[in-house]
Design a protein around this ligand. Structure first.
Ligand code: FO1
Length: 329
């Protein structure tokens, strides 16, 4: 279908964050306070799915709601001050209700679905929603092409990501992942432009799940190589503190995949794409092991309970990028 409206040109960003849902969005918020329009956030869209005829982009919405200050902070996803009349009515009609869609949240999904049906790209729709939420950084989908994460169940078949995550509450044991559609995906145009721009000073891999939030982005053909060879520093922030992930199934997945549950394993996961690794101060004993992997290490407080924590960690990221850049000169 013909694309109706072009994505508006924005100034090239100086920093790029690769981001999944809840954990990544917290750091993205800290970065947005420090950088505003100088920041681009490229978001995982492999969690997207069609549900009740609607196109749901959970990670994009988590980023949009978090950056606009409208997110339900206790839940991590969805909107604050939500009501659930639609969901109750669906239950009364005996319809699917395992994926909770709030009344206000529904407006986002209906808007996105309508615009996509009218021939707009996901990039355009995301920029449009971002403007409605008055968000300063540029929020972009990793790709305009559909990519869908499939979770390989131990001794079983693949199941769609949201079935695993929400319907099955991450209970099945996983042993492999597939990003359906990845072979024909390309990075969204604004992301390619940002990576080609001489203005880009640093790339930050947010503390999202490395297997199902960041890997889909890095698996877009050619993207990992572009990031690895980028002249500016690339840093990754640990999603693991003291052997535990703050939220989500990261450590459960590590156990099932036979990977030790440590920040060092995450550093090893990113060693072929990152120059530096932000390690939590509590895990400082792991610093020499991570340096052995060939990564620069910065110790920081990576637990983000308050807005001040988010901004402090964002500041540590920017200082670390400056430090790595200084060494390279
Ligand atoms: N996560 C849940 O655990 N349960 C839900 O019912 C749920 C509904 C939901 C609706 C809209 C949306 O944008 C996100 C939603 N999420 C829900 C979060 C989401 O599915 C996951 O957090 C991400 O896909 C993982 O990053």
């Amino acid at each position: 279908m013909e694309q109706l409206t072009q994505v508006k040109k924005q100034n090239p960003p100086q920093y790029l964050a690769l981001c999944g849902g809840v954990g990544g969005a917290k750091l993205a918020l800290g970065l947005s306070y420090l950088l505003g329009e100088k920041l681009m956030i490229a978001v995982n869209t492999a969690d997207d799915f069609a549900h009740l005829g609607l196109h749901i982009s959970p990670d994009i919405d988590t980023v949009l709601y978090t950056l606009s200050g409208k997110s339900n902070q206790a839940q991590g996803w969805g909107l604050e001050n939500e009501s659930w009349n639609f969901l109750s009515a669906m239950k009364e009609l005996g319809q699917e209700s395992w994926f909770q869609l709030g009344d206000r949240d529904l407006a986002t999904h209906v808007t996105r679905t309508q615009l996509l049906k009218n021939g707009q790209t996901l990039s355009y729709v995301t920029q449009f929603l971002s403007e409605q939420f008055s968000i300063k950084p540029s929020v972009v989908p990793m790709s305009d092409h559909p990519v869908r994460t499939l979770i390989g169940i131990k001794n079983g078949n693949y199941i769609p990501f949201q079935h695993y995550f929400v319907k099955e509450q991450c209970k099945p044991q996983v042993d492999r992942f597939k990003f359906d559609g990845i072979e024909s995906a390309t990075p969204c145009p604004a992301l390619i432009e940002a990576l080609n721009s001489p203005c880009l000073k640093g790339i930050i891999i947010c503390p999202s799940n490395p297997f199902v939030s960041v890997d889909p982005i890095l698996s877009i053909p050619g993207l990992k190589e572009i990031i690895r060879n980028h002249p500016s520093p690339v840093i990754a922030v640990t999603p693991i503190i003291g052997g535990q992930a703050i939220k989500g199934p990261t450590t459960k997945m590590m156990t099932e995949l036979g990977i030790p549950q440590t920040a060092c394993s995450i550093a090893r996961h990113y060693r072929d794409v990152a120059d530096g690794f932000i390690l939590d101060k509590k895990d400082s004993a792991l610093k020499p092991d991570i340096e052995q992997l060939g990564l620069e290490v910065e110790l920081a407080q990576s637990l983000m309970q308050t807005l001040a924590d988010r901004i402090d960690l964002a500041k540590s990221c920017l200082d670390f990028i400056t430090r790595i850049d200084g060494k390279a000169e």
